[in-house]
Design a protein around this ligand. Structure first.
Ligand SMILES: [Zn+2]
Length: 130
C-alpha cells in the first residue's frame, strides 16, 4: 500500500525515508523516535499561533499586543524549525509566524501613529522633542 508525501503529496513507498519527488524527509512522520521532538515543535507552534492571534486582536493597543507578538514570533520560529527537522507539517507554525509578524508590524505602525498624533496635540509639543 502506497502512502503520500506530507510535503508535496506525491505517492511514495511505505518504507521511503526521502520523498522521490521533493527530496524532503518523510519517514520521521511515522517514526516513534521523532514523536517527542515533533510534539514539542507542534506545541510551540500552537502556542506561537495563539499568541499571534492574541497579538493581532490587541494590535490596536500597541503596548499590550507587543508582548504576546514577540514570544509568539520566537515560538513560531523554533516550532517551525523543530517540525521541519522531523518532516512534520509546519502549517500552524507558519500561520503563527505570519500572524505574529503582522501583529508586530501593526503594533509598531499604531504606536508610531499614536506618538505622531500625541505629539501633534497642543500641550504635547514639549514632550515630542525626545
Ligand atoms: Zn514530496
Amino acid at each position: 500500500m502506497a502512502k503520500f508525501c506530507p510535503h508535496c503529496g506525491a505517492t511514495i513507498e511505505d518504507d521511503a525515508v526521502l520523498c522521490v519527488s521533493c527530496g524532503r524527509q518523510v519517514a520521521a512522520v511515522a517514526a516513534p523516535g521523532a514523536a517527542g521532538s515533533s510534539g514539542a515543535g507542534k506545541a510551540m507552534s500552537i502556542v506561537g499561533l495563539v499568541l499571534g492571534i492574541v497579538a493581532l486582536v490587541f494590535c490596536w493597543f500597541p503596548y499590550f499586543s507587543m508582548w504576546p507578538a514577540i514570544p509568539g514570533l520566537i515560538l513560531s520560529i523554533i516550532g517551525k524549525k523543530k517540525l521541519a527537522e522531523v518532516g512534520a507539517p509546519t502549517g500552524a507554525a507558519m500561520a503563527g509566524l505570519i500572524l505574529s509578524i503582522i501583529a508586530l508590524a501593526v503594533s509598531i505602525i499604531v504606536l508610531i501613529a499614536c506618538l505622531a498624533c500625541a505629539s501633534s496635540l497642543s500641550g504635547w509639543e514639549s514632550y515630542s522633542s525626545w
